[in-house]
Structures are given as C-alpha cells and as structure tokens.
Design a protein around this ligand. Structure first.
Ligand code: FAD
Length: 578
C-alpha cells in the first residue's frame, strides 16, 4: 500500500532557514504581504490535499486506468471528485495572474506544492499541470480577450488545458509536423491533422478542454520557423464565456502505456476545428516554449515527488523487514533476524535516495526563486539563470527520481517487483518523466548547445561566482572548489573544441548535464549543512551532507574525465556495425 506524508519539516527548513524567503519576499512588492503564517497555511492545506485527497487514489487509479468509448474518455473512479476538490481549493491558479483571478503566489512556493501533488498521485496531477501550463502560455502570449476568456476558467479548474505538439512522425523534430491551419472567412483558422500522445486531450473531469495546438499555415516557411500556435477549445465559447457548440476535435483512441495509467493519453483528431491564433503567425514554437519551460520544471518536480514517495515506502519497509544480522553484532537478539536497516548496503540505498531528494528539493526551489526574481523584479541575471537551469531541472531531477524509484524497489527485494506494495508503480509512473516534455537527451543538448555554447559558458560562470564559498564549512570547501573547477574545465573544453569537432556537444551532453547537476547539489548540501541546527533533524542533515560529499559528489571526477574527450569514440563505429 502506497502511503504519502508531506515532508513538512524539510519544507520549513528550506523556506525559512536556508532561503529565508520572508526576507526575500519583503523586497518584492507582489509578495510583500505573504506572511510566514500564510506560507505555512498554504503548505499545510496543500499537504492535506496531497495526502488525504490525492494519495488514496494513486494505486486504484493505476489499477482501474482510463477507458475510451466512442470518443469519450472516463477517468478512474474518484478522480472527478478529487479534481473538483483540487480545483475548488484554488490550487490550479496558485501562481496565476491576479488580474484574471489567479492568486499570484511565488513559484518557489509552487514548487513545493507541485512536488507534493506529483508525489501523492502523478496521474491525477497531470490534469492539473497541463492546465497550469496552458494558462501560463495564454497569459504570456494571448490577446486581452483570450486572457479574459480562458484564464479565469483555467485557474478555477472549470476548464482544463492540453498541449498538442507530437505527431506520429514528428516528436523531437517539430519542424516537420503536418497539421494544417487554414485562414477562414470569419478571421479564425480551421485546424486539421492528427496529434498523438496528448496528455489530458480528452477526459470527463472538466466542462471544456483548451487545446494549444501547433500547426502550419499554407504559406509557412519549412521547418521550425514555420510553426504557428492555436487555441482549439473542445467546445466553442461564446462572447459571455459560455460553452456552446462542439468543435471538430475528438479523441481517436487512448494510448496503452507502462505507467501513469490514470492519466488519459489520447490520439487527437482535428477535422477543420476552429482555432484562434496565439502570438504571431510562424512564431508559435517560441510561444509554446513558454508552456514547455513551465512544464519542464514541473516534470523535474515529478521526479522529485517520486523520490520522496519512494523514500517513504523504502524506509518503512526496511524498518519492518527482518533479514540477516548486523555486521557489528545482532541488534535484535530476541528475534530471528535484524531489520534491513542494519545492512550497510541497504543504508547506502536509503541515504542515496534521501540525499538526492533533499538536494534536489533545494535546487528546485532555487530555480523557482530565479523564475520569481526574473518575473517580478525584472532581474535580468535571474532570468538568464532560470533559462540555464531549466534543462538541468527537467533532466537531472527526473533521472535521479527514476533512479531513486528503482533503488527503493531494490530495498524491497522481490516484494518490490510484485504489485502489492505499490513500489513497482512508482518505477512505472516515473519513467515517463525522462521522456516527455523533450527527452532528457534533448534537455542535455539544450543545455550544452543553446545555453552554454551560446555565451561561451559566461552565465554558468556568473552562477558559480555567486556561490560564496566562505558561507560553507571548511571541510566541504575543497571538494566543492574542485568540482566547480572541473565544470569550468569541461566547459572550456567544449567551447574550444566544438568548432572543430561538431559532434562533440551531442556526444558528451548527457555526462556534462550530470556533472553540473551533481556539482550544484554539492553546493546546496554544503549550504544546508552550514544552516542546519543541533537538533535531531539538523544532525540528520549533517549526516546526509557527509554522505553526499563522501559517496555522491565524487561521481563528478568520472563525469569530468568523460566530458573531456573527443566525439570519435562515439562516432567511429560504422552505422552497419551497430
Ligand atoms: C505518456 C506520454 C504523454 C505525452 N504527452 C504529450 C502531450 O501532452 N503533448 C505532446 O505534444 N506530446 C506528448 N508526448 C510526446 C513526448 O513529448 C514525445 O514522445 C517526446 O518528446 C519524444 O518524441 P518521440 O517519442 O517522437 O521520440 P523521437 O523524437 O523519435 O526520439 C527518439 C530518440 O532519439 C533521440 N533524438 C531525437 N532527435 C534527436 C536529436 N536531434 N539529437 C539527439 N537525440 C535525438 C531522443 O532523445 C530519443 O531518445 C507524450 C508522450 C508520452 C509517452
């Protein structure tokens, strides 16, 4: 049985002691009124929602799945009532624009809430995250009328969002999509084509589904410079914002998949559906990236939530399961065996999950903070940091989340492989986070190609320059200095060699992203160790920090060596030899 408890103590430590958010928010007019009490109340109510409303439906949603009948999709029993409760609580508009009935709360706080919702029930939360992503895109690129029509309904959860990019022949390479948008006499467009893998494309949770769809105009230039973005509502909306006639968009079938089975993933057929352009013609991909960048951080948080959920199950099991004896002598002499917790290798696994999850949480909050600073104070440097860190947040958090899920499964031995305990579901549900919203390989390419090579590593250097090593304990300074130096050396290598070795960036990008990720976690672990107190919680933080520096940070040495190489070792093997 999967059980989920919000990690409240860690949240409070990070918010009020590590990041001292109240001091920061006091300087941002939009957040100045958010007191510590309000912050605690939001987290506590969000935690209740996650633990009491969402988590109890996690395993049943997986067992029951979604069903399709003649274009209509039914979600698992209980999802509709739970979704109504999430929507009614205002959770979908938490960081939304207050001018359109959003609540304007900081993204940093939103990160913690999202982590809980993902951890409690990733399938159910997917309906929410696509809705939030769609509202961010419309808020940034829509007309006043589009904002007024769609945002309040999306924030309230009355309508939901979906994102229509992928076609059967076009996933990563969106430049070759075939969906067409033909201008109509009424000033709108008629959209035709088939999209696959559309999360929340059709379901029974909301009155309307607002599809954001990529398509090409008749005279569009070839490739990614010829893509436009359209709002295609399932039901057309009249001037008073009421839903009316059914639009030409239907679910052709549901995809049968490995995990997130409570999330409806549809093939969507658009047949001369009425569409309304967002932003400029042929500039749709840039607008869609606003939605995707939000979704990318969110998918990273999916990995983080999974890591926390996995940790909680594995610790509970390791305490209860009796197998073998401690290497330092029996700990439980009155029973046949000691608990799994006595075994160093089991402890290694539990500590790895915990160190990656708590380090990842601090990192995710830092990214959220950069997004807030960029958006609400116009801090140009923070905006650049958030762009740099977004692919790392998506890929590193989701890769580590999956690793943690598998490690937790390993703690269960054979019991982790059978369904009863639920831990195999965490593995299945988390795997997708490494694939959708741009595969993690593509995130690594984005980091190296777009973010690092573009400015020769200058933004990364600025980020590291802001980490003041005098604010961490001396025992962590030297290894961290070496890790920073390793990242800079690897960056210089890529910058200097890419011109003569064009395949280099792609050949080393995944290792480079991991190198940066482990180094950044090192910074946050060192800072957490400095700030943690002397109580039981603080001592545990210190122990985890020591574990991170002794056992996980050294991975950067291997990664650095692997990045400082040429592409030939990857490219030499002839295609026919594979
Ligand atoms: C459950 C689920 C839900 C989804 N939800 C949505 C949704 O709501 N909306 C939507 O539009 N899509 C959605 N997707 C689609 C998802 O985003 C794509 O599957 C993903 O982006 C990868 O595209 P692809 O499957 O076509 O793989 P491909 O693009 O064919 O890639 C295959 C492999 O090749 C690699 N690769 C491809 N191109 C390059 C390159 N240029 N350089 C290096 N490596 C490359 C990839 O990293 C990958 O490992 C969903 C998919 C699933 C499975």
């Amino acid at each position: 049985m999967l059980e989920y408890r919000p990690p409240e103590q860690d949240f409070e430590f990070l918010l009020f002691e590590l990041f001292k958010v109240q001091e920061q928010w006091a300087d941002i007019p939009a957040f100045a009124d958010i007191s510590e009490d309000i912050t605690r109340a939001v987290l506590s109510e969000g935690g209740r929602m996650a633990a009491e409303v969402m988590a109890p439906l996690n395993q049943s949603g997986d067992e029951e799945g979604c069903t399709w009948l003649d274009g209509e999709v039914s979600t698992p029993p209980g999802f509709k009532a739970a979704y109504d409760e999430i929507a009614g609580g205002g959770w979908l508009g938490l960081s939304g624009n207050p001018d359109y009935e959003g609540q304007g709360m900081p993204k940093l706080l939103g990160c913690l809430l999202e982590e809980m919702f993902w951890g409690a029930n990733s399938s159910l939360y997917l309906y929410g995250t696509l809705t939030t992503g769609a509202s961010i895109c419309i808020d940034n690129h829509g007309t006043e009328q589009q904002k007024a029509t769609y945002l309040p309904k999306l924030y309230s959860g009355q309508w939901s969002g979906a994102m229509g990019l992928t076609e059967s022949h076009a996933g990563t390479d969106l430049g070759i999509i075939r969906s067409r948008a033909v201008p109509a006499a009424d000033g709108g467009y008629r959209i035709s084509g088939t999209k696959i893998f559309i999360t929340s494309g059709e379901h029974d949770l909301t009155e309307n589904v607002v599809h954001l769809v990529l398509a090409k105009l008749p005279d569009a230039p070839a490739g990614s410079k010829g893509i436009s973005l359209f709002i295609v509502p399932k039901f057309l909306v009249d001037e008073q914002g009421k839903v009316g006639e059914r639009n030409g968009v239907v679910s052709g079938s549901l995809e049968h998949k490995m995990g997130i089975r409570g999330s409806a993933t549809s093939v969507m057929n658009f047949d001369e559906a009425q569409g309304f352009i967002i932003g400029e013609p042929n500039r749709g991909l840039a607008c869609m990236f606003t939605m995707m960048n939000y979704e990318r951080l969110s998918v990273g948080l999916q990995g983080l939530g999974a890591g926390e959920l996995a940790y909680q199950q594995a610790v509970r099991y390791a305490r209860e399961r009796l197998q073998g004896r401690s290497p330092t002598g029996p700990k439980n002499p009155d029973r046949d065996a000691d608990s799994l917790l006595v075994h160093p290798d089991v402890r290694r696994m539990l500590l790895t999950i915990r160190a990656l999850t708590e380090g990842g949480r601090a990192f995710a909050m830092f990214v959220g903070m950069q997004l807030d600073l960029g958006k609400y104070t116009g801090d140009e440097q923070a905006a650049r940091f958030s762009e740099l860190l977004t692919p790392i947040a998506k890929a590193f958090l989701s890769d580590r989340g999956f690793e943690c899920a598998v490690m937790a499964q390993q703690v269960f031995g054979g019991h982790g492989y059978i369904r009863e305990w639920g831990v195999e579901q965490i593995v299945r549900d988390t795997r997708i986070a490494q694939i959708y919203e741009g595969t993690n390989g593509v995130q690594a390419l984005d980091l190296v190609g777009r973010k690092v090579l573009r400015d020769g590593g200058a933004t990364l250097q600025e980020l590291f320059d802001g980490f003041d090593l005098s604010t961490i304990d001396t025992c962590y300074r030297e290894p961290l200095e070496k890790a920073f130096a390793g990242v800079i050396a690897a960056t210089e290598h890529i910058v200097s060699r890419s011109a003569v070795d064009p395949a280099l960036a792609g050949a080393i990008s995944t290792d480079y992203l991991e190198l940066v990720g482990y180094t950044l976690y090192g910074w946050f672990w060192a800072r957490m160790a400095r700030v943690a107190g002397e109580d039981a919680y603080g001592c545990a933080k210190q122990d985890c920090a020591r574990f991170y520096f002794a056992r996980l940070l050294p991975k950067v040495l291997g990664l650095e060596a692997s990045v400082i190489s040429e592409s030939a070792c990857v490219m030499a093997l002839a295609d026919e030899a594979f």
